[in-house]
Design a binder for this molecule. Structure first.
Ligand code: HEM
Length: 186
């Protein structure tokens, strides 16, 4: 497991991020729209992508991806949850990052859409199918409410590691909780 954690750690190094609120431009012709959680996470302003040299990325998406990758790293080291991810962990231990890359993208797309982003689409499985071992062989067993609570606790640790504020963590937590009845299947 140490090797897995080390490899995931290397992947998850996106640096501590400044997840400052975006600045909304005011004008006199139209009422300002209420900022979404995605706006508060950085919104659509373009910044250099620290993981892909020469590419730009929306600041909100970068913030979400950083939390996602950091959280996957925390879960990989959490012996109460990592048993659910045997396929992913075996791949990563064997230096195969294909499944990690897909999971990171799908989780990032999911949270972008769920927090109000307009420029991304979630194309992964629906939340019931993704967490039903019969429909997703990468999921080793059904999860309980306690597993879900532990997942959220790991998410908080992962988010704190990349510098997300307590206020934003609370707001992300409320979004995550809306998936509980689909994810918990035992
Ligand atoms: C807390 C809210 C959660 C959300 C929003 C969430 C979201 C997702 C998403 C978007 C995927 C990718 C689906 C796809 O690629 O088609 C996924 C995969 C998965 N999730 Fe969750 N999940 C949550 C909680 C949990 C919990 C509590 C567990 C286990 C205890 C879990 C275990 C897994 C596993 C094993 C996979 C497959 C990973 C792989 O690709 O190898 N998830 N989840």
């Amino acid at each position: 497991m140490k090797k897995t954690v080390l490899i995931l750690s290397a992947v998850a190094i996106t640096g501590t991020m400044l997840l400052a609120p975006s600045c909304k431009k005011e004008n006199n012709t139209a009422p300002a729209a209420t900022p979404t959680l995605y706006d508060s996470l950085g919104g659509t302003s373009m910044v250099a992508d620290p993981s892909n040299s020469g590419q730009m990325i929306e600041k909100g998406r970068l913030g979400i991806r950083s939390v996602v990758d950091s959280t996957i790293f925390v879960i990989a080291a959490d012996t109460s949850l990592n048993k659910f991810f045997p396929v992913l962990l075996a791949e990563v231990t064997g230096s195969n990052l294909s499944g990690f890359t897909i999971l990171s993208k799908n989780l990032t797309d999911f949270f972008c859409v769920a927090t109000g982003a307009k420029n991304f689409t979630y194309t992964g499985k629906d939340m019931v199918a993704a967490h039903d071992p019969a429909q997703n062989p990468r999921m080793n067993g059904k999860s309980s409410n306690a597993d879900f609570d532990q997942f959220v606790a790991d998410l908080v640790v992962g988010a704190k590691k990349v510098g997300l504020s307590d206020d934003l963590i609370g707001r992300v937590g409320r979004v995550v909780n809306t998936t509980r009845s689909s994810v918990v299947q035992k």
